[in-house]
Design a protein around this ligand. Structure first.
Ligand code: UTP
Length: 476
């Protein structure tokens, strides 16, 4: 204890223990555990480089930036090669049949924009039953296990802030039909928030203001938690990464997996053409032969709006946070052994409620604290043969980010309905939709009934008694 305290004093962070003597024994232990897990030298160096430095942004990073190459969907560009796509799907199906791929959801975020009280994965999203995001993914994973004859493992990253609630949600719902042994939870790391002087902020007298270390923290958490060892023991060498907020995602897409394998890639990604220049998604770029994602806020306006000879946006490859990671690549980056391959931290300036050294609580009305986060896409420049493939937005991406407006529960519900309606129409069902493809009533297709248009038609045709497609119908 004295050692830890003097270590904090030596780093000018002694105030963390200002109220130590007034805490109960349990509170003291909690604080000591938190304090022991923080790397003060790392915090000091991040403060110096990101807060005191030039805002953390090195403008020269953007010199010579080019749009990244990507593999276009058949029919979407002149150079699109449909036979490659046919080859990819077969390769990917083979990998799923041999159990080489596991699903991976990052669910450690705080979901502040949605403003829902609970882990975001427990939020109800489907149009009729309001099934939770976790249930939708679970059913997709279960369906893949049935289709390919090999149950699929699922890794989920939580944070200390939502871990217990997440696990008990799965317990309460009996793992949605998945085998408990195949669902692996682990928590991500955290970072303390600091003030403008680099002092660690205290959430309570005995509690440091901590926040998860970003989705990029997944790589080191996968290593530290032993998840990569578990994958190895199970014969899994590819992790299919997706975010907890996107129920449309194809959790285990054979075509994507096939391209990843055919290119011997360390890290593959999906892109969609941006809907409009100012859309708030990161953009796949390349520089000096290395792929990278540049955040929309970092891309200069002239590049954001630049168009090519075809009249299309030059920097159009929007990142939708769907990736495939090789297990050995995760180990290389996540172990920290390779000094030349470390994910950088980014800075977020936020309102952080805190208790000061004299015990007074402050509820700031403007940003007062700095949080440090890593982004998973920063792994791209370190990847061998990164592959980016195009996907249809309508079949892979409709996130729930905000309580209202764009990327909200409403838009996500409508996008699910449009997908179900497209499948129904393709199966020959007479269903009128509006000009955006939205059906006039809500119905729902469980991933266990079908998870693609082709499988929908097959499952529908196989029904002995085809129901009338009406309001509230649920196909399971
Ligand atoms: P977002 O960037 O949307 O952040 O996360 P968020 O925390 O969920 O939501 P806001 O910004 O507070 O409203 C994208 C994905 O990354 C995960 C989230 O759970 C989500 O699946 N994530 C984010 C983590 O797992 N850990 C983090 O530290 C941050």
């Amino acid at each position: 204890m004295t050692d830890l305290r003097s270590h904090y004093e030596a780093h000018a962070q002694g105030h963390v223990f200002a109220h130590f003597d007034t805490l109960s024994a349990t509170e003291q232990q909690t604080l000591l555990n938190q304090a022991a897990a923080i790397d003060l030298a790392e915090v000091a160096s991040l403060y110096q480089s990101l807060v005191k430095g030039a805002g953390g942004k090195d403008e020269s990073l953007l010199d010579g930036l080019e749009p990244a190459d990507y593999i276009p969907l058949p029919g979407h560009r002149e150079d699109a090669n449909a036979s490659l796509w046919r080859e990819a799907v077969l390769k990917g199906e083979g990998a799923l049949r041999t159990g080489r791929v596991a699903a991976f959801t990052v669910a450690g975020g705080q979901g502040t924009r949605l403003g829902f009280d609970g882990p975001k994965g427990t939020y109800g999203v489907t149009p009729v039953l309001s099934k939770s995001l976790f249930q939708v993914f679970a059913e997709k994973i279960l369906a893949a296990g049935r289709i390919y004859g090999r149950p699929v493992s699922w890794y989920l990253m939580t944070s200390v802030l939502n871990h217990e609630e997440t696990v008990s949600f799965f317990e309460r719902h009996d793992y949605f039909g998945l085998k408990k042994e195949r669902v692996h939870f682990f928590t991500q790391g955290f970072m303390p928030a600091v003030d403008g002087e680099g002092k660690i902020l205290m959430a309570e007298k005995g509690e440091i203001a901590l926040s998860p270390d970003g989705h990029g923290g997944a790589l080191r958490a996968l290593v530290r938690s032993g998840a990569v060892r578990q994958m190895e023991a199970d014969g899994v060498d590819i992790l299919s990464y997706f975010q907890v907020d996107n129920p449309l995602v194809r959790c285990l897409d054979p075509t994507f997996i096939g391209f990843h394998l055919m290119n011997e890639s360390d890290l593959s990604s999906k892109m969609v053409p941006k809907a409009y220049a100012g859309e708030k998604v990161g953009v796949f770029c390349q520089k000096d032969g290395k792929a990278m994602v540049v955040e929309y806020s970092d891309l200069p306006e002239e590049l954001t709006n630049a168009t090519g000879p075809d009249g299309e946006l030059r920097f159009r490859a929007g990142s939708i946070a769907i990736h495939l990671f090789n297990r050995d690549f995760i180990e290389r980056l996540g172990s920290g052994d390779d000094e030349s391959a470390r994910l950088p931290f980014h800075l977020a300036h936020k309102k952080v409620p805190f208790v000061d050294a004299s015990g007074v609580r402050h509820e700031p009305t403007s940003p007062n604290g700095y949080k440090f986060e890593m982004f998973v896409f920063d792994a791209l420049p370190f990847a061998r043969n990164p592959v980016i493939i195009e996907t249809e937005r309508a079949d892979d991406f409709s996130p729930v980010k905000n309580a209202e407006g764009v990327d909200s529960p409403r838009t996500c519900r409508d996008d699910q309905l449009r997908q179900f309606a497209r499948w129904a129409q393709a199966a020959g069902i007479d269903l009128k939709t509006d000009e955006t493809g939205l059906p006039p009533f809500a119905f729902e297709v469980s991933p266990l009934f079908a998870d693609t248009s082709t499988r929908f038609k097959k499952a529908w045709d196989a029904l002995q008694h085809q129901p009338v497609l009406t309001e509230g119908l649920v196909l399971v």
